[in-house]
Design a protein around this ligand. Structure first.
Ligand SMILES: O=P(O)(O)OC[C@H]1O[C@H](OP(=O)(O)OP(=O)(O)O)[C@H](O)[C@@H]1O
Ligand code: HPA
Length: 184
């Protein structure tokens, strides 16, 4: 990796670009099987899920519709505020639809449990959760994903959609920042 770039700010890589791409292919094939003959609504949770949504759905070989919701509970920091705010709602009706929620990470689980309750209330026919990362040690809400890419340890991770203070989303891998980056 080139010196003098954002890569210098990464202490270690937890999941490489190659591992992520291989997993997107595998998970896409699972979705292809599960939604054969159906027309699911894939909902990406902005902004973090954007790279994963793009990569996994390119390997999902069935008709599907895409929409996005922007919810936020981290306010740029490293711990959840505990309050989920809708910043942008869907343009699509959820009633009667088979929903695939695409997330980058389940940490406390608050974001997803809020969304699952919302889509149940809006009368979805079925709801499946697909997440690239699962951080079980962070969990406070009782929620599990149906499809998980990788389990990560109890550390704040960045890259491939995941940010710290809105930065690092453009890395092609998942890593942990050097401690001095949080210093100031
Ligand atoms: O399980 P939780 O503890 O709720 O954490 C997971 C959520 O937190 C992050 O989003 P954030 O609110 O930071 O918004 P962002 O995707 O725009 O960065 C992440 O992208 C998930 O959506
Ligand atoms: O570990 C994390 N990194 C970035 N964003 C997050 N949102 C929840 N957990 C995380």
């Amino acid at each position: 990796m080139a010196q003098g770039t954002i890569h210098d700010e990464i202490e270690k890589i937890l999941v490489s670009e190659e591992e992520i791409q291989k997993k997107c292919k595998e998970l896409g094939a699972v979705l292809t099987e599960e939604y054969k003959g159906k027309f699911p609504l894939a909902i990406g949770v902005l902004k973090g899920a954007l790279p994963f949504m793009s990569d996994i759905l390119r390997h999902t070989e069935t008709h599907l519709e895409m929409d996005f919701m922007d919810v936020s509970s981290y306010d740029g920091g490293t711990s959840s505020t505990g309050e989920v705010k809708i910043l942008k709602d869907l343009n699509t009706k959820v009633e009667g639809r088979d929903i695939i929620i695409v997330e980058d990470i389940i940490d406390s689980g608050l974001t997803l449990s809020y969304l699952v309750d919302l889509f149940k209330y809006r009368k979805a026919n079925s709801i499946k959760i697909v997440t690239l990362l699962d951080k079980p040690a962070g969990r406070t809400a009782n929620i599990k994903a149906d499809l998980i890419g990788f389990e990560v340890p109890d550390e704040f991770v960045v890259g491939y959609g995941l940010d710290y203070a809105e930065k690092y989303r453009n890395l092609s891998y998942i890593g942990v920042l050097k401690p001095e980056i949080y210093g100031g």
